[in-house]
Design a protein around this ligand. Structure first.
Ligand code: ADP
Ligand code: MG
Length: 687
């Protein structure tokens, strides 16, 4: 393979340090040259022709081939954004939206937020008049439909990463298919790394005739076009462990160290599951590198997950000093959504964090679960971008062959559908069971969702949105249970406090978690701990933060994550605006925490649990399905074990743990949801 020249000074083109140069030392390459080297470049004319002539085009191509960053630019160059129209490109992940948008702005030499912008929940970096290419999460595009059901400002909508089959992507595909019937001029591009393109094509190939004759001017063909972009991945050699590993974090760390000791230069990409294990691995590696003098200077270890600040995200893509080796420890965001150049070694734990929902117990939780073969192949492929690479799988070959499932299950079929159902209802889709889904959710899950929404007072007996409560809840861009909590706070006179809580619940964590300093963190938490539980503790932290004058120093001293708190303040401002718009009066209850707890109960009554009478180990049972659950060690109520509690979410490791817990009085449950508790669980609550 040819090596790019060290310095490429095409006249007039923008120069930027290529990400690919970080460890391979390629140096400066003009952006134009970089773009031309991407596999999609050769397909530019074909793509534009297909989009012109077909309502739907499916583009399949290897990760890194340039689909996300190039296709929107091709479309713009071809005039699809003329006349005030906008080209949209959706992503399932927020972090990917930010990263690709800033890359495209850089390639086009424009300021992010003007011609190229992005929108994710609680962050809108677009300009109403000048933005021509807009990256956004599929969830945000769904929300936009509430204001503009036919998405009229978009000329082309590219639904990217379709193979991920996120719940919002699936809902979006179903709705876009409906929109297409009303807007023959709208073009869809569905793109992904791997996809059963045929079944996706079949989904979009409706037999219903539209106005006009196919093939005539402006009337595109209804049958989707499929285009496959030839990748140029290099060979990747796969290694397995002989025996299953018991601690994949430790195993990943040792593997990285031995690659670093024994293998030639090339960056290392490690796939773990989430912030906790990634932070742990980063720390272990940093320590290890310090102890091991030989390697001490050579490694630059960086985390990559969705809770990172923008600056930390950027680090992952920026060049590191020559002669050093970059190690990026990532969630599965680096599997297909983001391409890191320069990676030659992949370490695959074999796990990712996945949502699982059981409609019988009505419990959804986030579980560290085995990935599919398809994912494992994608992960391995990341090692072969710049030259032949190696992938170290921390599981045995036998396990891969015999036990890993071939494909993942669409999120739609393993999620709680409450949010999804309310959104469809708000868009006027009444017959949800008859909705045209790319993958049908289970009827049980659907019925459960309808039941919860009915109990929340969001749907009436005919399963229509109630007025005004249902419409108000749908308007707030949060989980309906949180939105309901905000509505209830209006009547209870504690909207200021509840909006703070809602803002904090919508970010990952407000604490700085450093492995090894768990004790210090616990002590810091005690300074804010409230007997009522985590929600009230959050209010104390927020008050302290304001009193300190929003000081970073104060945050550090108290193990509070400053970036997270700034985000909370920002989200809070936005929620306040939404609240005002839907008629909620902002009011503080001062120190009356009982009303705060009642408001939480009004939203989260379905997550009520009762401490087992003779439990010595803090075992609770959920009221609705008698599941065994425990208070998470990170909760201020851990070991306190009040008799009745409500949780915000469940995480499952060795046990089912409740995260963000508040103590309640059981009589509030019947007050909050008479239907739910009197009909279904008449004997579970003392009257
Ligand atoms: P695909 O969508 O087909 O997976 P992309 O369009 O995301 O491919 O990536 C094309 C190229 O752009 C890759 O070589 C990738 O490394 C580069 N790239 C994408 N995002 C960034 C970024 N934020 N910083 C630097 N390079 C990037
Ligand atoms: Mg992409």
């Amino acid at each position: 393979t040819e090596r790019p020249p060290l310095l490429d000074d095409d006249e007039g083109s923008i120069l930027l340090y290529s990400a690919s140069s970080s460890s391979s030392g390629y140096g400066y390459v003009s952006i134009e040259k970089q773009r031309q080297r991407l596999p999609v470049f050769k397909y530019r004319t074909a793509i534009l022709y297909l989009v012109e002539t077909h309502a739907t085009t499916i583009v399949v191509g290897e990760t890194g081939s340039g689909k996300t960053t190039q296709i929107p630019q091709f479309l713009k160059e071809a005039g699809w954004a003329d006349g005030g129209r906008v080209i949209a490109c959706t992503q399932p992940r927020r972090l990917a939206v930010q990263a690709v948008a800033s890359r495209v702005a850089e390639e086009m030499g424009v300021k992010l937020g003007e011609e190229v912008g992005y929108t994710i929940r609680f962050e809108d970096l677009t300009d109403r008049d000048s933005t021509r290419i807009k990256f956004l999460t599929d969830g945000v595009l769904l929300r936009e439909m509430m204001e503009d059901p036919l998405l009229t400002k978009y000329s082309v909508i590219m639904v990217d990463e379709a193979h991920e089959r996120s719940i919002s992507t699936d809902v979006l595909l179903g709705l876009l298919k409906k929109i297409q019937r009303r807007r023959p001029e709208l073009r869809l591009i569905i793109s992904s790394a791997t996809i059963e393109a045929k079944s996706m094509a079949a989904f979009f190939h409706t037999s219903k005739k539209r106005r006009g004759l196919e093939g005539e001017d402006c009337v595109p063909k209804t049958e989707p076009a499929i285009l496959s972009v030839e990748g140029r991945g290099f060979n990747v050699q796969i290694f397995y462990v002989e025996e299953p590993v018991s601690d994949y974090i430790q195993a990943a760390v040792s593997t990285v160290m031995s690659i670093h000791d024994q293998e030639p230069m090339g960056d290392i990409l490690v796939f773990l599951t989430g912030q906790d294990d990634i932070d742990a691995a980063v720390r272990l590696l940093t320590e290890e590198a310090q102890n091991n003098l030989k390697s001490s200077s050579g490694l630059v270890v960086l985390p990559l997950y969705s809770g990172l600040s923008r600056a930390d995200q950027d680090l992952v893509f920026s060049p590191i000093p020559r002669g050093k080796r970059k190690v990026v420890i990532s969630t599965n965001i680096a599997e297909t959504s983001l391409t890191l150049e320069g990676v030659s070694y992949v370490v695959d734990s074999g796990f990712s964090k996945q949502r699982f929902y059981n409609p019988i117990s009505d419990i959804e939780n986030l579980v560290v679960a085995p990935i599919s073969k398809a994912s494992a192949r994608q992960r391995a492929g990341r090692a072969g971008r710049v030259r032949p690479g190696k992938c170290y799988r921390l599981y045995s070959e036998e396990y891969f062959v015999k036990e890993m499932s071939a494909e993942g299950i669409p999120e739609m079929q393993r999620s709680n559908l409450v949010s999804c159902v309310i959104q469809l209802k708000a868009l006027g889709i009444d017959n949800i069971l008859g909705f045209d889904w790319p993958a049908s959710p289970s009827p049980e899950a659907m019925i459960r969702a309808l039941e919860v929404l009915y109990s929340l007072g969001v749907l009436d007996e005919d399963a229509k949105l109630t007025s005004p409560a249902g419409f108000q809840v749908a308007e707030i861009p949060l989980d309906p249970m949180i939105s309901k909590m905000i509505l209830a706070s209006n009547q209870l006179g504690c909207s200021e406090e509840i909006i703070t809580i809602a803002a904090i619940l919508s970010i990952q964590s407000i604490w700085i978690s450093v492995r090894g300093q768990q004790k210090d963190l616990d002590e810091a938490k005690l300074r804010f701990a409230a007997a009522e539980g985590d929600h009230v503790t959050f209010l104390n932290v927020y008050k302290g933060f304001l009193r300190s004058g929003k000081s970073p120093k104060w945050c550090n001293k108290n193990f509070v994550n400053y970036q997270a708190m700034r985000k909370v303040v920002e989200i809070r401002e936005q929620l306040k605006r939404t609240a005002k718009r839907i008629g909620i009066v902002l009011k503080s209850c001062e120190s009356d925490m009982q009303v705060v707890r009642k408001a939480v109960t009004a939203g989260f009554f379905a997550n009520a649990c009762n401490l087992e009478a003779f439990s010595h180990n803090g075992m609770y049972k959920t009221i609705r399905s008698s599941q065994e659950v425990y208070i998470h060690p990170s909760s201020v109520l851990f070991r306190v074990n009040p008799k009745w509690v409500i949780y915000n979410s469940l995480v499952s490791t060795d046990r089912q743990y409740m995260r963000n817990v508040i103590s309640i009085d059981p009589s509030w449950l019947i007050e909050a949801a008479p239907h739910f508790y009197q009909h279904h669980h008449p004997n579970s609550i003392p009257h």
